[in-house]
Structure formats: C-alpha cells, structure tokens
Design a protein around this ligand. Structure first.
Ligand SMILES: Cc1ncc(COP(=O)(O)O)c(C=O)c1O
Length: 361
C-alpha cells in the first residue's frame, strides 16, 4: 500500500483507520449481506449508525439539550442560503463579518433572500487578519451575526469568538469543525461541510438551537426548513448514508484519540512546527497572515518568486507530499493540516521546507 501525505484543503485526508474500517465492512456490513450503501435508511442497522454519529457530535462538543445535530445535503454553500431563508424575518437584517471569499459568498446569498449588512471586514487590508472585536459595528437588532471561524483560502482563524450579546451567533466552521474544545452552546447555529475535518463530501453537519427555531420563518420550502429535519432527525428524506457512515468512523477515531482536547494539542504542535520553519527563514518564506490571526488548519506561505513556488510544489510532490499549491485565487502555497494529518506528515514537510530553503537561498 502506498499513501501520500495529503495536504489538500478539501476533500482532505481522512484518518486511515476510518477508511480501513470502511474497506473491511464494504461488501458485508454488520452481517447484513449488504454494504452500508445498499441498505434501507429505514432499517434498524442504519438507524443505529445514524444516531450514533449524531450522538458522537453531541458528546464531543458537550452539547446541551437545546442543541440539535443535523446531517444535511447541499454542502456548506446551501447553508449560505438556508440560514437567511429561515432566520431573517420580514423587514429584518443580519450582520456578517467579512473575512474572505467564503464570508462574501455567504452574505451574497443572504442579500438575495433578505437584507444583510457588513458588521466588519478585513478586506481593505487584503484579508490578512481577523477584525479586532472592538472594530465590529454590530446591529443590536440583527437577526444574527455570521462569522467564518476559519478562512480556508486566506489561512486566518478566529482565536476568540465575538461577544454578540443577545444577538444569535452563527458560524461557518467548515474548515475547523472539531479541531479543539470550544463552547458550542454559545452558538445558535453552526454548519460545516464534512469534507475537511470530519468526513467525505456529501454531508454537512449543522447544529441548531431548538429554541431559536421557534422564531424561524414559516414560508420556506419544506426541505429547506431546519424544523423539518429536526422533527425527523435528518431522516425526512433519504440521507447521504455512506457519507454519514464515514463521518461516524471519523468521529469514533477522534473519540478514541482522546477527543477534542487531544486534537487541539496535536493540531497546535503541527502548526507550530510549520510556522516555526517559516519564521526561522524570513529571507525565504513569508506568511502573509498577521501573527495573531494565523490558522492552525491552513498554513499559507509564499516563497521568493512564483517560479520557485512552482518548483517547490513539484519537488515536494516527488517526495510524496501533495496538495500544497495555494488556492487559485491567491496563489502561493498552502498546507492544510486538519485533524487527520499525522504529525509525521508535517514533520516530513517541515524538514523538506528547511532543506529547500537551504538549497535555494
Ligand atoms: C469555510 C468554507 N465555507 C464554505 C465552503 C463551501 O463548502 P461546500 O463546497 O461544501 O459548499 C468551503 C469550501 O472549501 C469553506 O472552506
């Protein structure tokens, strides 16, 4: 078997044990004589798996009774539209903090279905930081405040979440969901496409405060209403069974590895190693992100020229490390080091970066 160190931003590397379990169980799952892709989503076996996955999300995050876990389709991008459709009342408006391309897409959708305003933005400085809390201009009457907890393309991440008082706080956590312990009960809604930190593409994890749903709009198509999915435990229609099965495998792996506190330790050590190499070689590597806003999940960096960057990406691939090209909209290099990236993979990359800087300086 040969596996590479996969630094893609998403879909991204998964824990090997989660994939191996799937391989072992693929043809005959739990002695049913069927794969998990073939069995009815109304069967007892699938129902147990579905609820185990939901329970693991709740357990890992310590969710209270008022928070409900959903598995939806349409990616995080559908949440950009579903959220305002459900929660901005007629004549109301929501606040968005703009920290990169994904927040801009989120507010764009909100403006299609309702009214939304920018409560802060780091766009004038080229998205190199998360706006300081005291620079946000929050509307006390906003339907909610939306943030993007980790900016996958720019490599910035909220270190502390803003205090929005009585206004519900909502976060797109697609690229840093479950990377560390945090008070998820403070949020009225969290959404995350699974394909970075918790599974394959095809399912989006949503956590919604049930008491907030009482204020939700009624005139929303059935499938786009959060209340529909809460009432049916994400089994209103056929769920993406195989993707949810993989999420369950990944969640078991997180739990078996010590839960979110252990993930945080592991992730911080990996990020420190990479930022350490960048900072120790300032003549060669440059991280465009301000130090206090650096992401632990997506480490972005530049080399002295685009030619050298192309060479770096090609040579590192020859050593079995792939996915290091930066997002096409910004260029440069990016190492995505989500939960499942093994410390050995980061060590291999860091050593290569040191060697490459020595040779080409
Ligand atoms: C922070 C963030 N939000 C939203 C998305 C869009 O997710 P999806 O492709 O699941 O719609 C991405 C995808 O990379 C992302 O990184």
């Amino acid at each position: 078997m040969s596996r590479v160190w996969n630094f893609y931003a998403g879909p991204a590397t998964l824990p090997l044990t989660a994939i191996e379990t799937a391989r072992e169980e693929l043809v005959d799952w739990r002695d049913t004589g069927m794969s998990v892709m073939e069995i009815s989503h109304r069967s007892k076996e699938y129902d147990e798996l579905h609820h185990e996955a939901m329970a693991l999300v709740s357990e890992l995050l310590g969710l209270d009774e008022d928070h409900h876990v959903l598995f939806l389709q349409g990616g995080a991008s559908l949440q950009f539209a579903m959220l305002p459709m459900n929660f901005i009342p007629e004549g109301g408006s929501a606040d968005y903090v703009i920290t990169g391309a994904w927040s801009k897409k989120a507010i764009k959708e909100a403006k299609i279905v309702a009214s939304a305003r920018e409560a802060g933005s780091s766009e004038p400085e080229g998205f190199i930081r998360i706006p300081a809390a005291d620079t946000l201009r929050l509307d006390p009457n906003a339907a909610y405040v939306h943030i993007t907890s980790n900016n996958t393309i720019r490599g910035t991440q909220w270190q502390e979440f803003p205090d929005t008082g009585d206004v519900p706080l909502v976060a797109d956590m697609s690229s840093d969901f479950l990377w560390r312990p945090f008070d998820a009960n403070r949020f009225s809604l969290i959404y995350a496409g699974a394909q970075k930190n918790v599974g394959p593409a095809g399912v989006t994890v949503v956590i919604v405060r049930k008491s907030w749903l009482e204020k939700a709009n009624e005139d929303v198509p059935t499938l786009l209403k959060y209340a529909t999915h809460v009432a049916k435990d994400s089994l209103f229609n056929t769920p993406p069974c195989f993707a949810i099965y993989m999420v369950r495998n990944v969640l078991r792996w997180i739990k078996d590895h010590g839960g979110l506190a252990a993930m945080e330790q592991r992730n911080r050590a990996k990020a420190e190693r990479l930022y350490g190499v960048i900072d120790a070689n300032p003549h060669f590597y440059r991280c465009p992100v301000e130090e206090g806003s650096r992401s632990v999940m997506n480490v972005v960096f530049r080399l002295p020229s685009e030619d050298i960057e192309a060479r770096f990406v090609a040579e590192v691939a020859e050593r079995g490390m792939v996915g290091l090209k930066g997002h096409r909209s910004v260029g440069g290099c990016r190492a995505s080091i989500y939960n499942a990236m093994e410390p050995e993979g980061v060590e291999a990359l860091a050593s290569f970066m040191e060697e490459f800087a020595r040779i080409h300086s």
